[in-house]
Write a protein that binds this ligand. Structure first.
Ligand code: 3HC
Length: 311
């Protein structure tokens, strides 16, 4: 009876759009769902730095290098906000990293594809960050307080990420025939994996029912994906590029009908069979090991300060 009453009070707060805070009572399934989603979101931000980091030393100008450097640094900070939000649910950062390294945690499958040309920096910013913005603007209203506040901070930076990517694509699309071809090739390679960022169809989503009931998600995977498609196809046409789908059709309501996603590819990449899955985790483990001295120094400094504070 006690838990039934607590559950009713919890759901009443969700329905009244009152934020759930770390010290509030929450159903264990709600906590576990958030631990899963927020930590995987954080992993995505950090692993997502790799395809872009690949082009830092090869940026075509100092201005381009400065912009890319700033964007990559932002993504590291986004990971930090999200790990901090996830830790409020009672799991340590070390545990999250261990689950990632053991293959027990996911990150956005889009980052398991290679960044082959400079145009990929444009496509990632325009499409991957563009998709992330659609998802994250919605997540600003998520029911869990720390996650919502992290999203509000992150969204302030994401529009710069998308804008600088679209600027790269517009510049190339209006350049030489070779540059235009490079931009179209990048669009061809990043379009479908960007659509996959919104997850499986609602009917195939394991978590959406609970996530919608508990206000973790405010809009469904398919609704957010459609918003992204409707926003992005006109942007491609504006710079003379074409999304790699011959079945695109503008409907009377202003929305676009498109082909379905290759769900076999979606699940294969998530299962670890993408072009870069092994490389991404190997690099993350190497960087984590090489950064151990920083964590140890920070912990030692914090302990020294704590001892001094006690006097
Ligand atoms: N890549 C990898 N795994 C995915 C996925 C994807 N694109 N889409 C879904 N999945 C996984 C889910 O994690 C879940 O697996 P799990 O139970 O092991 O966690 C399974 O597929 C079923 O999917 P569901 O729809 O049931 O799962 P969710 O309800 O969690 O919805 C989601 C999936 C929409 C991706 C949701 O988790 C979400 O909104 N996550 C936060 C958004 C996010 O991670 N964005 C990427 C940010 S990266 C970034 O911004 C960097 C910048 O550079 C772009």
């Amino acid at each position: 009876m006690e838990d039934q009453k607590k559950m009713e009070e919890f759901q009443a707060k969700i329905d009244a759009r009152i934020k759930i805070e770390p010290k509030d009572w929450m159903p264990e399934k709600y906590r576990q769902n958030l631990i899963r989603q927020i930590s995987q979101h954080a992993h995505s931000e950090v692993i997502g730095m790799q395809p872009e980091g690949n082009w830092l030393t090869r940026a075509p100008s100092l201005r381009a290098k400065k912009i890319l450097m700033a964007k990559i640094q932002d993504e590291g900070g986004h990971g930090l906000y999200l790990y901090c939000a996830a830790e409020t649910l009672g799991v340590s950062r070390d545990q999250f990293i261990q689950w990632l390294h053991e293959g027990k945690a996911k990150y956005a499958s889009v980052f398991n594809y290679p960044s082959l040309t400079w145009a990929d920096m444009g496509a990632i910013g325009w499409l991957v960050d563009g998709a992330a913005i659609v998802n994250q603007v919605s997540l600003q209203r998520t029911s869990y307080g720390p996650y919502s506040r992290a999203m509000i901070r992150i969204c302030k930076e994401e529009s710069f990420h998308q804008r600088q990517g679209y600027e790269i694509m517009a510049h190339l699309a209006n350049g030489t025939p070779e540059q235009r071809a490079m931009a179209q090739d990048a669009l061809n390679r990043w379009w479908w994996s960007s659509l996959m960022m919104f997850g499986p169809h609602d009917s195939d989503s394991a978590h959406s029912k609970d996530s919608m009931k508990w206000g973790i998600k405010l809009e469904t995977n398919d609704d957010l994906r459609q918003q992204f498609i409707d926003k992005t196809i006109p942007q491609a046409e504006l710079i003379g590029l074409k999304v790699p789908d011959d079945n695109v059709e503008l409907l009377p309501n202003g929305s676009y009908k498109t082909s379905d996603i290759d769900w076999e590819e979606f699940w294969n990449v998530i299962k670890g069979y993408g072009p870069c899955n092994t490389k991404r985790l190997k690099h993350h483990k190497k960087a984590h090991d090489e950064g151990a001295w920083v964590r140890e120094a920070a912990a030692a400094y914090a302990e020294k300060k704590a001892v001094e504070a006690v006097g």
